[in-house]
Design a protein around this ligand. Structure first.
Ligand SMILES: Cc1cc2nc3c(=O)[nH]c(=O)nc-3n(C[C@H](O)[C@H](O)[C@H](O)COP(=O)(O)OP(=O)(O)OC[C@H]3O[C@@H](n4cnc5c(N)ncnc54)[C@H](O)[C@@H]3O)c2cc1C
Length: 411
């Protein structure tokens, strides 16, 4: 690994890989540094017992023809169309599941009033949704699901969040997906970086950011075979700013710790064909530990080649021992998930047919979307932005993160 680079990228999730690829293709000497053993961040595909699964359903929400071309350039024939709608919003009309229910019990596609201007960040989801759909509809259709996902009352969830989920993270007709899982896209990006002359170093952690004199001068590293330091005048930070800011030397003013929302992904295999015809199902029923359930074979049949169905249950929770999901032992949580597939979901006759494949625990799925920690959430980003040569690549979704990485390099 060379000890100088034009651009160093901290983290090799979709944002860091997007930044690294754009920089390498522009001819820069780029080093992408990833603490984990493989690239992808939250977007990795695991292979176990002949089954492949992602850590949560990961739809790459493609918004324009240029991005589709970009994906095709990386994946070619490995990019498959999944004709299963996950619809939240379509040209001012709604159709689909929880976030897309009919506002007045009318026919699917009933027009709803969409807010023209983005709501202020300090507005609450309660205010924004009630103003858009009316309070009775919010109570009937939206509150249960959103509070289950986010774990705080609707009055404390920031207003822009649900609108963003409804409009930007919708796939009304279906979606494009890598045949072998979202990790295949991440691996393809890493390969393309190398092909363009850049370097991706896994198993290597950035332990400090040298920002002497208010401008970035280099990063310190810890990893087998890595130099102690790479000199650089440009750093793209793709990891959570609150944590990355703590690496600044000299250090930033004390940062308020952020509370995080955790996710346990419970993977169950069931002999036989699919349980549903759905890729992703949103569930607000409190009797079901998961808020979203994905059936991997409906994303791509090549993920479950052996005649088994693989169900992934995304159980959102607080990372605390007293949380009924986080605090449960793996087997107990899996048994509750399997039981809920039988009752109340009715997809499975006998829960004992479900075999536990894996429980993946993510203590830091995303920062708790709570108006009460809005100010704290910006502290890390502000400290980093004050350093000349540092750019941030924030991304709350896969393709959005890639685009943020590209923008960070261009800016
Ligand atoms: C359950 C779940 C389901 C999701 N579903 C979808 C979906 O359907 N569609 C969608 O678009 N998005 C989805 N997302 C969101 C998506 O996963 C994220 O938006 C995306 O991964 C963000 O990418 P990132 O590169 O910003 O961060 P990350 O993926 O978190 O990557 C950051 C990387 O930085 C590395 N890092 C951190 N600190 C250091 C350090 N000091 N040194 C070196 N490396 C470091 C980490 O190891 C990590 O690999 C989902 C997320 C979850 C949790």
């Amino acid at each position: 690994m060379p000890n100088a680079a034009d651009i160093v990228v901290l983290g090799a999730g979709p944002a860091g890989l997007g930044a690294g690829l754009a920089a390498a293709r522009a001819g820069a000497r780029v080093a992408v540094v990833e603490a984990g053993p493989r690239v992808g961040g939250l977007c990795v595909t695991v292979e176990r017992d002949g089954l492949r699964y992602d850590l949560g359903g990961h739809i790459p929400f493609v918004r324009d023809a240029a991005r589709l071309e970009w994906l095709r350039g990386l994946l070619g024939g490995e990019l498959v169309w999944v004709p299963r709608p996950v619809s939240s919003w379509r040209g001012g009309l709604r159709a689909g599941r929880y976030l897309d229910q009919r506002p007045d019990g009318g026919a699917l596609g009933t027009p709803v009033r969409a807010p023209v201007d983005p709501p202020p960040p300090d507005s609450s989801a309660q205010q924004v949704l009630a103003g858009t759909f009316g309070a009775p509809f919010v109570e009937r259709e939206l509150r249960g699901y959103l509070e289950k996902i986010d774990g705080v009352p609707l009055a404390r969830i920031p207003g822009p969040r649900p609108l963003r989920l409804m409009r930007d993270q919708a796939a009304p007709e279906g979606f494009w997906f890598p045949r072998l899982g979202i990790g295949q896209l991440m691996d393809a990006m890493a390969a393309a970086i190398a092909e363009a002359g850049g370097a991706v170093h896994t198993g290597t952690r950035v332990t400090a950011i040298d920002a002497a004199g208010g401008r970035v001068r280099g990063v310190c590293l810890d990893g087998p075979g890595a130099p102690e330091r790479i000199d650089t005048a440009r750093l793209v930070v793709s990891a959570a700013p609150g944590r990355a800011a703590a690496l600044l030397r000299p250090g930033p003013p004390a940062l308020t710790p952020l509370r995080m929302r955790a996710v346990c992904i419970v993977l169950l295999a069931i002999p036989g064909g699919p349980l549903t015809d759905q890729a992703w199902v949103q569930v607000d029923d409190p009797a079901v530990p998961a808020a979203r359930i994905f059936e991997m074979g409906n994303w791509s049949p090549d993920m479950t080649p052996g005649g088994e169905t693989l169900i992934g249950m995304e159980c959102y929770c607080h990372p605390r021992d007293d949380d009924p999901v986080w605090g449960a032992a793996d087997e107990a949580l899996a048994a509750r998930c399997a039981a809920s597939l039988a009752d109340p979901l009715g997809w499975l006759d006998d829960p004992s047919r479900a075999r536990l494949v894996d429980v993946v625990r993510m203590p830091s799925g995303y920062p708790l979307p709570d108006l009460e920690q809005l100010a704290a959430a910006g502290e890390g980003a502000r400290a980093l932005m004050e350093v000349d040569g540092v750019a941030l690549a924030p991304g709350a979704a896969v393709i959005e993160a890639v685009a943020a990485g590209e923008a960070a390099v261009a800016g």
